[in-house]
Design a protein around this ligand. Structure first.
Ligand SMILES: Cc1ncc(COP(=O)(O)O)c(C=O)c1O
Length: 578
């Protein structure tokens, strides 16, 4: 009757072994033994959930069971009680339910044991992570799910046991489990424990987490409150059927008047003075760039931009058959003489700039240089495309081109950096002469941006939510950049206090492209200046580091220390060329 079953030894490094008896076999029950009740008794403390009691309806007459004495001696007290119950059930074996339960054996079982990032183990930094332990544990759960260490429907370890093994309080584990439940990764079952959700959330988690490599290359907003804010906005709006109905019908391409008013008044408070008929919602900043180019240029026209520039401009130019020329730059942005020379030689239509915080160099163009650039543009009849997508706290900004030359500037931005990239909501601010052509191009490209997203964001603009997120981001980025300066103090850096990225001049021994490759092998992703070079513009030996990209400050510290050790290494002389 007792068949030895192969022992499921889990060799995963995240598991710690523990001896737990398992029971398996078949027995009939009396009719009053309902499956749920039997389960409750047999799945009491001491029996792992992996040992699910599988109860099926059946009508065979025979039942038998046995316990191998040599094995049973090591069963602990609790299990003995359970076995006793089994025998009671077995005696009354004329019932109608069959329990596949009675093979008894002992297996070395394992419980999942997360690796919490040691928050204060930062080697060269005295910075302490702000990430509370319960959040780290919730992150570790997400990571384990995304990597398949924790499987769908798997039970998480009992809270006390996990707390003991991690040397944290039970309260911390309880909070972590609640946090994971809030994130939708796990589900708590009353009286039974916490289980990994059976839906395939892991696909989404794996997009967010990559344990193999630290991400210092993506200019994306750190996430704190955004998920909760979206959840409550959706909840609020789902109770307003009239609004929902309105969002589900076709809307005017330029959105509703009151929505444009909300945007215009929010922008006006931030020194971008405009009226509702000057603004237009777009599908993020990239769409705004394309629309502006379409509106101002015709195929074959020339577009000027910084020699190292956001690659989205070159892609948009290629698509619209526009020639894109990169201008010389110095520590204040584009060099006026280079602009004049390009105006004389190429008769350009438009000048695209990211002057508040230049992507990728992080240079901020001072007011004096802006004024000079405006003068030149006005002299040569050049429209300025003022891209303000990159995040910077309002107090760190200087006057925009739109403020200096409203009629000849098209201002564009989005909520991708100041809230999150997946929102896909951007906007254009332009004088009335561009209103009609912009509308036509918007209609031709997508008709309109989804009204639901516009509605949600407009509520955030009016109720102070967007400002709250931006204030948090500014504070978070100041702290992250402080950490960055501390770790990379020995290198030449350019950054803005609340900006997402830092420009680093590589030590003599490194070429940027080789260094990026080397750092990737060591487990950290960054970008070389080359990735931003427009046309044949010659890229310096520099890299862009996005301090915004790691999920937590603790991960940022690890990533930067790894990067630092790469910077201090010399390239291998294994590429000798004859
Ligand atoms: C300078 C700049 N402009 C525009 C964009 C595109 O913005 P969005 O993600 O809103 O399309 C980016 C994205 O990184 C950017 O850095």
């Amino acid at each position: 009757m007792i068949e030895p079953i192969p022992t499921p030894i889990n060799t995963n490094k995240n598991m710690i072994p523990t001896r737990i008896p398992m029971i398996n076999g078949s027995v009939f029950l009396k009719p009053y033994w309902l499956p749920d009740r039997v389960n409750k008794i047999l799945l009491g403390p001491g029996v792992p959930v992996a040992n699910k009691v599988n109860i099926t309806k059946g009508n065979s007459k025979l039942c038998s069971c046995g316990v191998d004495p040599s094995i049973s001696v090591i069963l602990n007290g609790i299990v003995w009680v359970q076995l006793l119950l089994c025998f009671l059930l077995i005696k009354n074996c004329n019932g109608i339910y069959v329990i596949n339960l009675i093979k008894i054996f002992i297996v070395p079982m394992t419980i999942w044991q997360p690796k919490l990032i040691e928050v204060n183990a930062s080697t060269n930094s005295s910075s302490k992570s702000n990430t509370p332990k319960y959040k780290q544990l919730a992150d570790a759960i997400d990571l384990a799910i995304s990597q398949g260490t924790l499987k769908a429907d798997e039970k998480l370890p009992p809270q006390r046991r996990l707390a003991d093994s991690l040397s944290v309080t039970v309260g911390t584990v309880t909070r972590a489990y609640s946090e994971s439940e809030r994130r939708g990764s796990v589900v708590a079952r009353v009286g039974s424990g916490t289980y990994v959700k059976s839906s395939n959330n892991a696909q989404y988690l794996s997009l967010a987490l990559n344990e193999d490599c630290f991400d210092l290359q993506s200019a994306k907003a750190p996430m704190a409150m955004q998920v909760d804010l979206m959840a409550s906005a959706l909840k609020e709006i789902s109770a307003e059927s009239q609004v929902l109905a309105c969002c589900l019908t076709y809307q005017p391409e330029i959105a509703l008047k009151h929505q444009r008013e909300h945007l215009a008044s929010w922008l006006t408070k931030r020194a971008i003075h405009c009226e509702e008929d000057n603004v237009l919602f777009t599908y993020g900043g990239q769409h705004a760039i394309s629309l502006a180019l379409q509106t101002v240029c015709r195929a074959g026209d020339t577009v000027l931009c910084e020699g190292l520039s956001f690659p989205g401009i070159t892609v948009a130019c290629q698509q619209q058959q526009l020639r894109c020329i990169g201008l010389q730059m110095d520590e204040q942005g584009i060099v006026p003489e280079s602009l004049i020379a390009a105006c004389i030689q190429s008769n350009p239509r438009i000048l695209y700039l990211t002057a508040q915080i230049q992507n990728p160099t992080s240079v901020q163009m001072p007011l004096s240089r802006k004024k000079r650039i405006v003068e030149i543009c006005q002299e040569y009849g050049l429209v300025i495309l003022d891209d303000d997508v990159q995040f910077l706290a309002a107090e760190d900004k200087v006057s925009s081109f739109y403020q200096l030359a409203t009629d000849s500037t098209i201002y564009l931005s989005s909520f991708s950096k100041s809230f999150s990239g997946g929102l896909r909501l951007g906007y254009i601010v332009a004088s009335n002469k561009y209103r009609e052509p912009l509308k036509v191009n918007l209609r031709a490209s997508c008709w309109t941006v989804p009204p639901l997203i516009i509605e949600i964001v407009c509520r955030w603009l009016t109720n102070g939510t967007m400002n709250k997120v931006e204030n948090w981001l500014a504070q978070e980025m100041r702290e992250r950049n402080r950490i960055m300066v501390e770790i990379l103090a020995d290198f030449e850096l350019t950054f803005q206090a609340s900006g997402f990225m830092t420009w680093l001049v590589l030590p003599e021994q490194w070429r940027a492209v080789d260094f990026v490759e080397f750092a990737l092998q060591k487990g950290v992703m960054i970008r070389a200046a080359e990735s931003y070079a427009v046309g044949r513009f010659s890229a310096p030996q520099c890299i862009r580091i996005c301090t915004c990209a790691p999920q937590t400050q603790a991960q940022l510290i690890q990533a930067l220390n790894l990067l630092k050790s790469c910077l201090l290494t010399s390239p291998q002389a294994n590429n000798l060329i004859m």
